[in-house]
Design a protein around this ligand. Structure first.
Ligand code: PLP
Length: 403
């Protein structure tokens, strides 16, 4: 669009009138004085209260104010994306005590790029051809019990998995086609589980990079530092989970040569496999802000606030006869934080947890909550302060009506 046409179309918008007068600033994303426009309403999209967990289908998490500030304040200027990834990556690497880091379009993207890096290195021909190999496919070693939905991000590169059970099998699985070994941090403990340390040791013995997916594994904040200390060559975390960065961002960090190769497989380069997983300037700044904020946060206080909130909610819910509500802390590694388990005498209150779940989802406001035959599971950490009472009251209302 030519500038004249752009200005013309901006003038057609109700808000743009004042901006046009200030010449070039018509191009800037000006902050409106007040939220004059309700986009949810305008498009008829239902806003949802998340009393469950960070899930991609529910838009991940709510970005922190400092993340929004990073996004808004940097939207006014162009930047060279290579330089931005250099600088943001260097800063994140410094914060996480690793050689190198990069912002990706999520942990799944980081898995794909990390694998691509292990396959191609900086070989331009290989980068160009991925995933269309001629000949034998690259192999990624994984424990059988660690196979999971997200691992398709690995095979999207054209690599295939070689499943192992136990250290002995793993040791024997390495061959000339092996490019990487993948550890799923929240994976099930299978037969003959291989510890993190042993996994790294065997990978190093065979000079093959090890990668750990810890996407959803903060809190605790210590996990951001733990796996590089053990010796994993590549680590990923999601931006859009408890770190509360952009949900379409994540971080990949570790060995410098591998991060360099991962970047060669990514946007802003035009051709490679990672090009469709572009990360924009604002998300890069936003991810930097999110990681910094997460590291600097008072985690003890946050945890205590969650426990206090849980205790208040338990008390309020138990006002309904026969209801028992208790705080449960998921042992992790993923989603390791407090929530509530609510049960009741189903011969007196004639609904299941599943029924309550459906009623809350279909009510106004729409509340997403987990429930099964025997209990209701209330996520509390994603609730805004003003949503706590709304959730408690809706649960009480549905239970009271079922007597
Ligand atoms: C959420 C998740 C991913 C994907 O992360 P995105 O940032 O949404 O791409 C990958 N692995 C695990 C274990 C996850 O929990």
């Amino acid at each position: 669009m030519k500038r004249r046409e752009l200005v013309k179309s901006l003038a057609a918008l109700p808000l743009a009138g004042g901006i046009i007068g200030s010449g070039l600033s018509a191009f800037a994303a000006e902050k409106p004085a007040a939220p004059t426009r309700d986009f949810f309403k305008e498009l008829g999209v239902t806003p949802v209260i998340n009393a469950a967990a960070t899930m991609t289908f529910l838009s991940g998490s709510l970005m922190l104010p400092e993340v929004m500030d990073a996004i808004n304040s940097t939207s006014h200027h162009f930047a060279n994306m290579y330089e931005l990834q250099d600088k943001v990556g260097a800063k994140i690497a410094e914060m996480l005590h690793v050689e190198a880091a990069m912002v990706t379009s999520g942990a799944a993207c980081a898995m794909l790029l990390g694998t691509a890096a292990c396959i191609t290195g900086l070989d331009a021909k290989k980068i160009k051809i991925l995933p269309n190999f001629v000949g034998e496919r690259p192999e990624v070693i994984i424990q059988k019990s660690h196979r999971y939905l997200f691992d398709q991000a690995i095979t999207t590169t054209g690599a295939k998995f070689v499943e192992v059970e136990g250290a002995e099998e793993m040791d024997k699985a390495f061959n000339a086609n092996t490019v990487m070994a993948l550890f799923f941090n929240a994976g099930e403990v299978g037969k003959n589980p291989i510890s993190h340390e042993k996994f790294v040791e065997l990978s190093k013995k065979h000079k093959v990079p090890s990668f750990i997916d810890a996407a959803a594994d903060v809190p605790p904040v210590e996990n951001l530092f733990r796996f590089q200390k053990i010796g994993f060559d590549l680590v990923t975390f999601s931006g859009g989970k408890m770190m509360r960065g952009p949900q379409s961002a994540g971080v990949l960090f570790g060995r410098k040569d591998l991060i360099e190769a991962a970047r060669a497989n990514h946007s802003p380069n035009e051709a490679p496999i990672g090009r469709p997983m572009k990360v924009n300037k604002e998300e890069m700044f936003g991810m930097y802000a999110a990681i910094k904020s997460y590291i600097e946060r008072d985690h003890k206080k946050e945890w205590q606030d969650w426990l206090d909130r849980a205790a208040r909610m338990n008390k309020a819910l138990e006002a309904v006869p026969t209801v028992k509500s208790k705080t449960v802390i998921s042992p992790g590694p993923a989603n390791a934080f407090p929530g509530l388990e609510v049960t009741w005498d189903q011969s007196k209150i004639k609904v299941t947890g599943e029924d309550v779940k459906t009623a809350l989802k279909d009510g106004t406001p729409s509340i997403v909550i987990n429930g099964n035959k025997n209990a209701l599971h209330v996520g509390i950490v994603l609730l805004k302060p003003e949503e706590v009472d709304i959730v408690v009251n809706r649960v009480k209302e549905v239970l009271s009506k079922a007597v």
